[in-house]
Write a new protein. Structure first.
Length: 366
C-alpha cells in the first residue's frame, strides 16, 4: 500500500479532528479558537501534568476541582504544598504534585506569572520533560513541537510499521512525529493524534475503517495493526513485604503520621508501619507494631508501584487511647478523606475499616 504524502495526512487528520474532537474541560475546541478563544497555558500545563501516567477520565474531576480552587498560576503559588497534596490524593505519583507547586512558585516569581513559550524554555521548569514541554508549546503557544504520548506512539508505529520495540522505538517515532507536525495548527494536530489513538487507533480492535489515515497505514496494509507497537519483554517486578497498623480511637479517629520529605511517597500521610522500601522488605509480623495494643489481623493488601509490588499485612486495634503515642496525629472520620493519603495507605485503612472513605467518595460523585 502506498504511503500518502505528509501534507495530505495533515489535512485529513485535521478535518477529522474538526468534526470528531473530544470535549475535555481543559481543551479549547477548533470552533472556540475560530471565535478568538485561545488556550490558557496554565490550564494546558495543569492538565498535562495530571495526565502523566493517569487516564483522561480519572483526571477530569480533579482538574475541575483544581481550577475552581486555584484558577491561575498565582493562586497556586500562594497555596501550601500540603493543600495541593491533599487535593492531589488519589492521582498517584505525588512527586508530580510537589513539582506542580515548585513550578508554580518559579513561574510566579521569575516569569511574572507567565509561562515561557518555547519547548526548550519550558523544559527547564520543575516537573516538565520532553513530552510536557512539547505539548504546552504546541497547544498553548503554537510551536510546531513533536508531541508524543502513548497514543501517538501507537498511531505512528502502526502508520509506519515500526518493527523496533519500545522503548528503543521512541527516537524514530519522535522524529517521524516532528516531520508530520505542520507549522499551522500544531496544537490541534497534536491533540488530533492523541484523540485518534484514544478513540480509533486503540490498543485492541482498532476501528481502522473509520481512521482518516487508513489509506497509508502500513500495519493495516499488512493486516496486523494490533501487532504494533512492538514491545520488549517486561522484566518481572520484585515483590516487597511489610506491615501496616491501623490504630482506631473510640470516636473512630485513625492515627496517621507524615512520611519523610525525601524518597518514595515523600511528605505524604501514612499509617504506622514497618520499614519497607523498593529495595528492602519490612517486618510483616505483628512484632512491628508501633506500640502495645490489642492488634488483630485485618488481611493483606497488594499495591503495584512503578518498580516493585508491595504486599502489606494489615493489623488493626480499636479503642486505642489517644495518649498512647506522641508520634503523628488522629484524623477523625470526617477528616480522613481529605488527608494526603496515597492509594496504598487508603487500601490498608479500608482493609480494617471498609467504609472509611465512603463518605468522601459519595461527595466526590455528587
Amino acid at each position: 500500500m502506498l504511503t500518502i504524502p505528509s501534507f495530505d495526512r495533515t489535512d485529513k487528520l485535521l478535518s477529522w479532528y474538526d468534526r470528531h474532537h473530544r470535549i475535555l474541560p481543559w481543551r479549547v475546541t477548533p470552533t472556540e479558537q475560530r471565535r478568538g478563544i485561545k488556550p490558557d497555558p496554565y490550564r494546558v500545563w495543569l492538565s498535562e501534568i495530571m495526565l502523566q501516567q493517569t487516564t483522561v477520565e480519572a483526571v477530569k474531576s480533579y482538574f475541575t476541582a483544581f481550577v475552581e480552587r486555584w484558577p491561575d498560576i498565582e493562586a497556586m503559588a500562594q497555596a501550601s504544598e500540603d493543600d495541593i497534596l491533599r487535593a492531589w490524593a488519589g492521582l498517584g505519583y505525588y512527586s508530580r504534585a510537589r513539582n506542580l507547586k515548585k513550578c508554580a512558585d518559579l513561574v510566579a516569581a521569575q516569569y511574572d506569572g507567565k509561562f515561557p513559550s518555547s519547548a526548550a524554555a519550558l523544559k527547564e521548569l520543575p516537573g516538565i520533560g520532553d513530552y510536557t514541554s512539547a505539548a504546552i508549546a504546541a497547544i498553548a503557544f503554537g510551536e510546531p513541537a513533536a508531541v508524543v504520548d502513548g497514543n501517538v506512539e501507537r498511531v505512528i508505529s502502526r502508520l509506519f510499521a515500526i518493527n523496533t520495540p519500545l522503548p528503543a522505538a521512541k527516537v524514530p517515532i519522535r522524529a517521524l512525529m516532528g516531520d508530520m507536525t505542520p507549522p499551522q495548527r500544531p496544537g490541534d494536530f497534536a491533540q488530533a493524534m492523541m484523540d485518534l489513538g484514544a478513540t480509533i487507533c486503540t490498543p485492541r480492535r482498532p476501528a481502522c475503517a473509520l481512521c482518516p489515515l487508513n489509506e497509508g497505514c502500513k500495519a493495516l496494509g499488512a493486516h496486523e495493526p494490533e501487532q504494533f507497537p512492538r514491545k520488549a519483554p517486561k522484566a518481572q517486578k520484585p515483590v516487597r513485604i511489610g506491615a501496616a497498623f491501623i490504630a482506631i480511637a473510640d470516636d473512630g479517629s485513625v492515627l496517621l503520621r507524615k512520611r519523610p520529605d525525601k524518597g518514595l511517597l515523600a511528605g505524604m500521610s501514612e499509617v504506622p508501619g514497618s520499614g519497607w522500601s523498593a529495595r528492602i522488605d519490612g517486618d510483616a509480623s505483628i512484632k512491628a507494631a508501633p506500640f502495645a495494643a490489642d492488634w488483630l489481623a485485618a488481611g493483606t493488601i497488594t499495591h503495584v508501584f512503578t518498580h516493585f509490588e508491595l504486599r502489606l499485612s494489615v493489623y488493626s486495634a480499636r479503642n486505642v487511647t489517644r495518649e498512647i503515642t506522641k508520634d503523628g496525629w488522629w484524623s477523625s472520620p470526617g477528616e480522613l478523606g481529605g488527608e494526603a493519603l496515597p492509594t496504598v495507605m487508603k487500601k490498608a485503612i479500608t482493609a480494617a475499616i471498609p467504609d472509611a472513605f465512603k463518605r468522601k467518595q459519595e461527595k466526590h460523585q455528587s
